[in-house]
Design a binder for this molecule. Structure first.
Ligand code: TMP
Ligand code: ZN
Length: 403
């Protein structure tokens, strides 16, 4: 498999076998499902970790996209803070322009819109884009690439800030994105993006982050190389307690920019953990197998003892976990989720029914598999009553545990 950034040969870290589309919730279990071969690979040249085969973007981000950002309090709060940081960056700028790639339902940009700053959200999934528009966020429904960038630059002029959260790693042709950002960004502008951080994925063995939408798994080292390929410098990195451990990368056009100490420290830590070498990823692959084995064993034991198990959070990432561990509707009665568009649908491939919170309150299980583990703090807090009445949660990263 060739590297999608530098076109050199990559090495396979792990193969997950055939997978359905992670967000491909089904209306009927008999619906046709698109399957692809999921592998994760490492490029020893530009150090980018990436999946091998990809799914056409229109199959993932279309009018039926089920990921709505504003379903979690943690997320609402996170993006309010991010907007505050942007307002700080632009505070002395004249008539600034802020552009967000993958603006979803406008969870972040609505704070910028409320302050009447010029802004544009670029969101290819029509259903979520229309929520943003209703929220007063100026949004265009398209994919971002060099062509779109040129069109936007002609209409709006150049941007002071271009940002994207949990979107950059979704775009296969990242080289085209970087070229587009370069053209659309002012010379002193900043491009920042945040995505799940490979360092955290390796440390927690959170392999469920690996699915069709996440094409790249960035490290500071790979983002630095990628940026330099396109005339950018990596000027800052800020760790985020989000999606189980993310990193926000800040890039500026090459111009002897000040690089923060944090960048040097984080890059050094990555090298110390061998993220610059294929050998640094071998243990990860062993750990994946161990967690799958332990989780399957526990689920089977609980079922044998007559316990009922439900899932909490019909996340995209749980598609990888459930399929790889071979957990299906035989083991899990249902998965509760608060996203209206997912309710009463079925999980991809494993066909577990997704049910409302109301349904869950009427069908309390003995155990809850915490699929939305990245929201553990919020969920455990919200479900105190379940636990007080003897209900238990099953977590699985970095080790399978009952809590
Ligand atoms: P995410 O892990 O990709 O952010 O997805 C979280 C999923 O979990 C999303 O479908 C919403 C759902 N969820 C609930 O149903 N209840 C909750 O309290 C939280 C925090 C999330
Ligand atoms: Zn490469």
């Amino acid at each position: 498999m060739k590297c999608k950034i530098c076109n050199k040969q990559t090495k396979r870290i792990f193969s997950f076998g055939k997978m359905p589309i992670a967000n491909g919730f089904l209306t009927n279990v008999t619906d046709h499902e698109y399957l692809y071969n999921l592998t994760i690979n490492f490029c020893s040249f530009c150090l980018m970790v990436q999946i091998g085969d990809t799914v056409p973007a229109t199959k993932m981000f279309n009018k039926n996209y089920h990921f709505i950002s504003s379903t979690s309090e943690t997320m609402i709060d996170h993006f309010k803070k991010q907007a505050k940081e942007i307002l700080n960056i632009i505070k002395n700028k004249n008539n600034p322009l802020i552009i967000e790639l993958g603006s979803n339902d406008g969870i972040m940009l609505k704070h910028i819109a409320r302050k009447k700053y010029r802004h544009l959200g670029i969101e290819p999934a029509q259903n979520v884009a229309s929520i943003a528009i209703k929220n007063g966020v100026n949004t265009t429904t398209e994919f971002f690439n060099l062509k779109t960038a040129r069109k936007i630059a002609a209409e709006y002029g150049k941007a002071d800030v271009i940002c994207g959260s949990n979107v950059t790693c979704h775009i296969e042709d990242l080289n085209s994105v970087a070229r587009g950002v370069y053209e659309l960004l002012k010379n002193d502008g900043v491009w920042f993006f945040e995505d799940p951080y490979i360092y955290d994925i390796i440390h927690k063995t959170s392999f469920d982050q690996i699915y069709d939408e996440h094409i790249y798994y960035f490290s500071g080292l790979s983002v630095k190389n990628f940026g330099e390929l396109h005339g950018f410098e990596l000027v800052d990195m800020k760790p985020q307690q989000f999606h189980g451990g993310s990193m926000r990368y800040y890039l500026k056009k090459k111009n002897n920019n000040k690089i923060t100490k944090r960048v040097k420290l984080l890059l050094t830590r990555e090298i110390r953990n061998h993220l610059n070498k294929y050998s640094g990823y071998i243990q990860f692959s062993r750990n994946i197998k161990m967690i799958c084995h332990d989780l399957k064993k526990l689920v089977i034991k609980l079922k044998r003892n007559g316990s009922s198990i439900a899932g909490y959070g019909a996340t995209s990432k749980s598609t990888t976990l459930l399929k790889l561990v071979k957990i299906s509707a035989i083991h899990i009665d249902y998965i509760t989720d608060n996203t209206t568009t997912k309710i009463d649908k079925f999980t991809p491939y494993t066909h577990i029914p997704v049910k409302s919170r109301q349904y869950y309150l009427q069908h309390i299980p003995d155990y809850m598999l915490l699929l939305a583990w990245n929201h553990a703090k919020e969920i455990l807090n919200k479900e105190r009553q379940f636990r007080n009445k003897g209900g238990k949660f099953i977590t699985f990263f970095p080790k399978v545990k009952i809590i």
